[in-house]
Ligand binder design. Structure first.
Ligand SMILES: [Zn+2]
Length: 481
């Protein structure tokens, strides 16, 4: 039974300093976060957890038994939960409402652990929850892992195996607001628990038992597999999991926790350090570099003015083209008893953003692209199904609805460039979309014809190529910083 949270004594503080020093030697660019969290000792907790106010609750005696490597890596792991804002993202995904805290914790762990493995964390590599344990590919987002886990949780055990495999993308689109082209489908088709260490499914993989075996493994990956004591207990409310019983109220003494401004400052300082480290050392995980780029890059483009103007023009043109429907009766129907009158329909205002993820886009350009997408979401107040984000190089590699900036840190497709194909396909797949914004360095072919009913905006990175853009494309250029 765990005790109450209390301030560490001198010896416990000394131990914690040693673990923090070891963590710093592995990821020195996380210093601002490592020094911002405040340790509280909880006897019998058997792990470390964080709350939303950046307090770290640790069973110091247990951590001392596990040794400094375990303690330092779990400390880094908890810090990444805080930097990744898993608590806020879990809120955005309605985790509490749907009772998905355990799935949320698994998804959050999977998102950060591959970065920790890339940074050389051996314990995490051996014992942590990794994307492959969830039947998913690396470099996906928390939201994608969660959608995949939810999909498997909700798949009926009686459902035919082929049906649950074939409809992966549909299911995740329907429930989570995710539309992950190819990615979500692949993940859901993956054989969930194949690689789970200690999976309780010992069924021989013979032809006769194969289907049952796969189905139970997939289910177990989401629900019953023990991923180790730490993940089974969760990482606390600061990680998007349920609050541990030892967690204190936000303003509760002995330590009140960090307020919003203090957390934002620590996050910003850490992002600066990560960006600086990425320029001088080669071992900063890519996911962290992308995260820092998004935190740091600001947008100077007046998206509200540009897009509102285009969307209004697009709507006006469509109204002129009879945007009416017979699907529901007109409010004036009673005056025309015999003739069915069409009703006016307000077209749903949506924006699609195609993000050029080809190899010619540098990580800093990708960071700028991502921050422009965030700026579009914030300034127009659009998100979810109103803001579609498409990654593309020579083909579309990922499609999802925007909910949180963290979803955009992972980048798909680093090949050649063909934004013409991506723009055309986006319009074909999402008919009636009023505006497509393409964020690119401009070294790409453009659509041969002006699409009917959709305005196209080219947003060119600083120093990018503005030649060859058709005159009907509205072109804006990002300011150099
Ligand atoms: Zn965790």
């Amino acid at each position: 039974m765990e005790g109450v949270a209390r301030e560490p004594d001198v010896e416990q503080s000394r131990l914690f300093s040693a673990w923090r020093l070891r963590a710093l030697s592995r990821m020195p660019y996380l210093a601002s976060t490592l020094f911002a969290v405040h340790l509280l000792d909880v006897e019998g907790l058997g792990t470390m957890v964080v709350d939303r106010s950046w307090r770290l609750y640790a069973d110091v005696a247990y951590a001392a038994d596990r040794g400094p490597q375990w303690a330092s890596e779990v400390l880094l792991h908890e810090c990444l939960h805080l930097l990744s804002e898993h608590a806020a993202r879990a809120d955005a995904c309605a985790v509490a409402e749907r009772g998905d805290h355990r799935l949320s914790n698994l998804a959050a762990d999977a998102e950060i652990n591959d970065d920790l493995v890339a940074a050389g964390c051996l314990f995490i590599a051996g014992e942590g929850v990794l994307p492959e344990h969830l039947g998913c590919a690396n470099d996906r987002t928390y939201e994608e892992y969660l959608a995949s886990l939810r999909q498997r949780k909700e798949a009926s055990p009686a459902e035919p195996d082929e049906a649950s495999r074939g409809e992966g993308g549909e299911a995740s689109r329907g429930e989570g607001g995710e539309a992950s082209r190819g990615e979500g489908g692949e993940a859901s088709r993956g054989e969930g628990g194949e690689a789970v260490p200690g999976a309780p499914d010992g069924t021989p993989d013979t032809a006769g038992t194969r289907t049952t075996s796969k189905r139970s493994r997939r289910k177990s990956a989401a629900n019953t597999v023990d991923f180790g004591a730490r993940s089974a207990q969760g990482c606390g409310s600061g990680a998007g999991g349920p609050a541990a019983s030892c967690e204190l109220a936000a303003d509760r003494t002995p330590v009140p926790g960090l307020d919003r401004a203090q957390r934002d400052l620590a996050r910003l300082r850490t992002a600066l350090d990560v960006a600086r480290a990425a320029r001088t050392r080669g071992d900063v995980p890519g996911g962290l570099v992308a995260w820092a780029g998004t935190v740091l890059a600001g947008s100077t483009i007046p998206w509200q003015r540009i897009l509102h103007g285009l969307i209004t023009q697009s709507l006006n043109r469509r109204r002129g083209n009879l945007t009416t429907t017979y699907a529901r009766p007109s409010r004036r129907q009673s005056a025309f008893r015999e003739v069915l009158m069409p009703a006016w329909v307000e077209p749903h205002v949506r924006v699609a953003v195609v993000r050029d993820t080809s190899a010619s886009m540098s990580s800093s350009e990708l960071g700028r692209a991502t921050s422009e997408i965030v700026a579009i979401a914030d300034r127009l107040g659009v998100r979810g199904r109103d803001l579609l984000v498409v990654d593309a190089d020579t083909r579309i590699t990922a499609t999802r609805y925007f909910r949180h900036p963290h979803e955009l840190h992972r980048v798909r497709g680093r090949g050649g460039t063909d934004m013409a194909a991506a723009i055309d396909e986006t319009i074909r797949e999402h008919p009636g979309i009023p505006v497509v914004v393409c964020i690119t360095d401009g070294y790409t072919p453009w659509p041969a014809r002006r699409p009917a009913g959709t305005r196209v905006v080219a947003c060119i990175t600083p120093g990018g190529n503005r030649t060859g853009i058709p005159s009907w494309v509205r072109t804006v250029t990002m300011a150099a910083v």
